[in-house]
Design a protein around this ligand. Structure first.
Ligand code: NAP
Length: 248
């Protein structure tokens, strides 16, 4: 592992990165020379995932993080400040898909706006929206110090308003709301060279995407890496898929 005591490289925080797209984002950012904080809820899983990358000579550190809890987010931010004194990149990747696809005996399904329970929507908003909001609030002060920041919100085509359809109401609401955060933060941070964008990874083979998904995690992570490493002249307040801007 690289010596981090004379840290010159950029520090990146990736949420929900014990597996799936988040883990691949950690790998690719570290391979580009970043010092990456791999974070997740389960300590054993996080340490094992970090160790795998460290064995490939990648500079990866683990810290616990549950984005549903403000206290956990504050602890992570304190760790980053104390250990590295900076944060250059934040990838809000952690996400859940709480809409259940099976219905009850009357055929009512939580995956219809007609029947969805408020608790299901609350779950999605807590993890997919309030989590990223609090992560931004906790880490942006460290970005402002260096007049540099790249924030990537891992959204979804299911949050795209121009193509909004029925089904998956909790997930759709949460990803559209995440895109709202992208717009608001990007406007408030323009003068600090902090670029904030949303991206859709496409349908990716992960625990969430399932085995029938056509894309690999490498492909799913690509646009996030591109945005996380964008130059100062790069985009902000936009929504991307396959490195191309998409309509909100
Ligand atoms: P995944 O394999 O299910 O991974 C989700 C990650 O989020 C896991 O590491 C999970 O940790 C973490 N997570 C969930 N709740 C959390 C919390 N409260 N605090 C911290 N971490 C939490 O899914 P994925 O496909 O890699 O998804 C990554 C992102 O891509 C998500 O935002 C998802 O919405 C988005 N996305 C995925 C697809 C797709 O086709 N796969 C398509 C569009 C968008 P645990 O292991 O602790 O549960």
């Amino acid at each position: 592992m690289k010596n981090t005591s004379l840290l010159k490289e950029r520090v990146a925080v990736v949420t929900g990165s014990n597996r799936g797209i988040g883990l691949e984002i950690c790998r690719q950012l570290a391979a580009k020379g970043m010092l990456v904080i791999l974070s997740c809820r389960d300590k054993a899983q996080g340490l094992a995932a970090a160790e795998k990358l460290q064995k490939q000579e990648l500079a990866v550190r683990f810290h616990e993080l549950d984005v549903d809890h403000a206290g956990s987010i504050m602890q992570l931010a304190e760790f980053v400040e104390k250990e590295f004194g900076r944060c250059d990149i934040l990838v809000n990747n952690a996400g859940i898909f709480p809409d259940s696809l099976s219905g009850n005996a009357s055929g009512e399904t939580d995956s219809s706006a007609l029947h969805v329970k408020i608790e299901t929507i609350n779950k999605a908003l807590t993890t997919n929206v309030y989590g990223p909001l609090l992560m931004c609030q906790a880490l942006i002060p460290l970005m402002k110090k260096n007049n540099y920041g790249r924030i990537v919100n891992v959204s979804s085509g299911l949050g795209q308003l121009t193509d909004m359809q029925g089904g998956y109401p909790a997930y759709r609401l949460s990803k559209t709301a995440l895109n709202v955060l992208t717009r608001m933060f990007s406007h408030e941070l323009k003068e600090f060279n902090i670029l904030v964008n949303s991206m859709s990874p496409g349908w990716v083979k992960t625990q969430m995407g399932g085995p029938q998904a056509p894309l690999s995690v490498e492909e799913g992570a690509d646009t996030a890496i591109w945005l996380a490493t964008a130059p100062d002249s790069g985009p902000t307040g936009k929504f991307f898929k396959e490195r191309k801007e998409m309509a909100w």
